[in-house]
Design a protein around this ligand. Sequence first.
Ligand code: NAD
Length: 322
Amino acid sequence: MKLSPKVSIIGCGNVGIRYAYSMIIKGAVRELVLVDYNRNKAEGEAMDLSHGAPFVSPVNIYAGDYKDTANSDLVVIAAGRGQKQGETRIDLIKGNAEILKGVVPEVVKYSPKAIILVATNPVDILSYITYKISGKPSAEVIGSGTVLDSARFRYLIGRHCNIDSRSIHASIFGEHGDSEFPAWSKAMVGGILFKDFCKVCGREGCDCCSKSKEDARLEEIFEDVRDSAYKIIEKKGETSYGIGLALTRISNAILRDENSILPVSSFLQNYHGVSDVYLSVPAIVHKYGIRQTLEIDFDDTELAAFESSAKKIKEVIRASGF
Ligand code: NAD
């Protein structure tokens, strides 16, 4: 008999396993199925994770094939290659799209009602391809999008202002990749617009209170966000802890029917005039996937960046034949 919630992970490499670990630590899953092309790897990871049983909430973890994923509530796809040093996420399209062409029909065959959460890069394009291959309603296919990038953004703003990042409400939108952009006009620190925060921050000698320094500092914060993955990959070869936690945050929004607003990669229909593409915008996430995307009142710079991100992703989708 199925235990609930049941989650299956397809692709148990760095990302899949950090996600599994974080889900277990948070007590967010009751039955967890690990599927990997390399069965030995999945079996070893299942054993290793299971040995933490006495320290966490009850959870049944096992390696399996697609048959074992039957009736999952949520399937997370993290199968496929990551970036090597010097590669962009878009460079991964060919090989990873081929992998998903094999994975998605199997997922849908055994769990037709599951929400599918895609993490494999390039995530916006592969979410679109997953949606097309799966035949599922777009609401049930979600990309992890810029949830991780927004977490990096909140962390860096928090560090700059010396404020807990949980008190920062700020998002990165658009592509999870080089054309992403920060919504500075909507960034808030404890309910105060970020642009007004200097007036009240009360810190002596803060280096951003003059206009010229502030602009440079903001640009630096955004560049740090956008280039984070490149820097981490240069130093340790992969990124996985941040995305593992970001996927857990999205999973909880789904499995607990939270109606949380998250910058996940969502199918857009006439969003500021943009249609038929997956990109990150604020979306309400609940047990049926995406309840609704929210059209945000971007300023002129943000709107231009959003349109340019959409144009870029659509061109890659067209070139990929979908
Ligand atoms: P990895 O190489 O460590 O793991 C990939 C796993 O997928 C391997 O265990 C491999 O055996 C498995 N696999 C390959 N083909 C498969 C198939 N057909 N069926 C089942 N399993 C298969 O890579 P990683 O570091 O875990 O990265 C995985 C993906 O996640 C990459 O595309 C990476 O770019 C992406 N990623 C996304 C984000 C994000 O924010 N969305 C962040 C980091 C990494």
